[in-house]
Design a protein around this ligand. Structure first.
Ligand code: FAD
Length: 431
């Protein structure tokens, strides 16, 4: 039995990891290296030779059970560390730390803090988020805690995460997010990171798949062959690869284009947003202690993430800062402009917030992708795609799966890959 998996992101790798002993597995990846959104740069360093750093900033949460268990299974458990991830909020020309209740009290009016605390308590008490899929987050926040809490606290967060789509986002997404993020205690939240980078996890998964006979090959799948109602092969760079089943981890609107018959019965029109994320190597730090800074200012990015205020600078021999923005359409200047132009826009913005920034820059990298996160808009819950489709032999796992709702994550994609593989194993066993 041969399984072809489209995509070597964490969903594809997780599915292959679980299926490698059950038959032949071939992963096909259009990018030069595995990992998808969780892939890394290899940066040359005079002190260290080279090191790996994620193209997009990544950390995990204490509740991310699948990735923690998998890390241990692969012998990488000792590298996973739980570190205080300090957050801040830039507004009115100043960085406000936002880690502890007392810091939040300093940044927001007292009445807003009381209302915010009430909203968090209410959100944490909600067990079934389903009914909130039909309500806009904005409406729920204003109804629960008032206009001022929305404007002062949530609107900038929603703006930095969803841009012009912020008013479309559902309360179910917000509740899921509050439930994950409100677990912070008096000293602030601890976040998980793999020392040396999540690259080690991607590599260990890929190695384990290869050692058990699986293949990861380079190419773009341009077509899934449906013969007599069943997925029977794929076309890669013009070559037909026959198989018994296909797992797609590609964004639904991309998948729809490559399935012969379309996918009747499913809503493939899931809106995604893109990301333009710059990584700067610096000679010096830009903030005292803040790791994650959300921004309310007239600059073309929504967050600045000083990675070396999270993971110690000696791991890299230099300071590392991400400057990032989501964008909502291919017409965005962040997608259309050349790399240098985007970097120039970002550096100009950084100069406004942190005068002298340019002088600290040693090098930069820019990563941009169109399909980096589904927009969890009102009604999204009904669009979540199943692991097993109504086309025989066609399976799905990825950011659009139930395991990634209401927030996509590395953990969610690993869980989606595992669940998809389990569905295949179950279907085989019942034949
Ligand atoms: C800016 C940013 C920050 C993030 N931060 C965090 C974080 O802090 N913590 C966290 O847990 N998660 C974070 N995530 C989310 C996490 O990275 C993703 O949810 C997860 O990696 C997605 O894995 P996936 O396999 O589902 O999808 P992807 O990683 O998108 O993998 C899909 C793969 O399929 C390939 N592909 C698509 N079409 C084809 C084709 N036709 N032929 C061949 N190959 C194809 C793609 O190249 C890609 O490699 C972040 C993501 C981004 C973008």
């Amino acid at each position: 039995m041969r399984t072809v998996i489209i995509g070597s992101g964490l969903a594809g790798l997780a599915a292959a990891y679980r299926l490698a002993e059950k038959g032949e597995v071939i992963i096909i990846e259009k990018e030069p290296e595995p990992g998808g959104m969780a892939s890394s740069y290899s940066i040359g360093s005079p002190h260290l030779g080279s090191y790996h750093i994620e193209k997009y900033y990544h950390h995990i949460f204490a509740g991310d059970k699948e990735i923690i268990t998998l890390t241990e299974e692969l012998g990488l458990g000792a590298r996973l560390e739980w570190i205080r991830g300090t957050t801040g909020y830039y507004f009115n020309g100043k960085v406000y730390p936002m880690n502890t209740p007392s810091e939040i009290l300093r940044a927001l009016p007292l009445l807003d803090v009381v209302r915010l605390a009430w909203l968090v308590l209410k959100a944490k008490a909600i067990k079934d988020r389903t009914p909130y899929d039909n309500i806009a987050a904005k409406k729920w926040i204003i109804d629960t805690a008032g206009e001022s809490v929305y404007r002062n606290f949530f609107e900038p967060l929603l703006q930095s995460k969803f841009g012009d789509n912020k008013e479309l986002v559902s309360a179910a997404w917000l509740l899921g997010r509050v439930q994950i993020r409100s677990n912070r205690g008096a000293k602030g939240e601890r976040l998980g990171y793999m020392r040396g980078g999540f690259h080690a996890l991607v590599e260990a998964m890929a190695d384990s798949i290869r050692q058990r006979g699986g293949k990861i090959i380079s190419g773009t799948v341009s077509k899934i062959d449906i013969i007599d109602g069943a997925a029977r092969g794929v076309v890669v760079n013009g070559e037909h690869i026959p198989c018994d089943r296909v797992i797609s981890t590609a964004a639904p609107h991309m998948l729809e284009k490559i399935v012969d018959t379309g996918l009747p019965g499913y809503d493939m029109d899931i809106r995604y947003q893109g990301t333009a994320c710059a990584l700067f190597g610096l000679i010096d730090r830009i903030m005292d202690d803040t790791y994650w800074l959300n921004i309310k200012a007239d600059v073309p990015f929504g967050a600045v993430i000083e990675h070396t205020n999270f993971i110690p600078q000696p791991d890299y021999g230099e300071h590392l800062v991400y400057v990032t923005s989501y964008f909502q359409s291919p017409d965005s200047v962040l997608w259309r402009a050349g790399d240098e132009e985007v970097i120039e826009m970002y550096q100009k913005g950084m100069e406004k917030l942190f005068p002298g920034f340019r002088r600290k820059v040693k090098w930069w990298r820019l990563r941009r992708d169109m399909d980096t996160a589904p927009v969890y808009e009102v009604g999204y819950g009904k669009k979540v795609l199943p692991y097993e489709t109504n086309i025989k032999g066609l399976y799905l796992a990825g950011m659009f799966s139930e395991a990634n709702y209401p927030e996509r994550s590395m953990n969610g994609s690993i869980m989606a890959g595992f669940k998809c593989a389990d569905a295949i194993i179950k279907a085989e066993e019942s034949r």
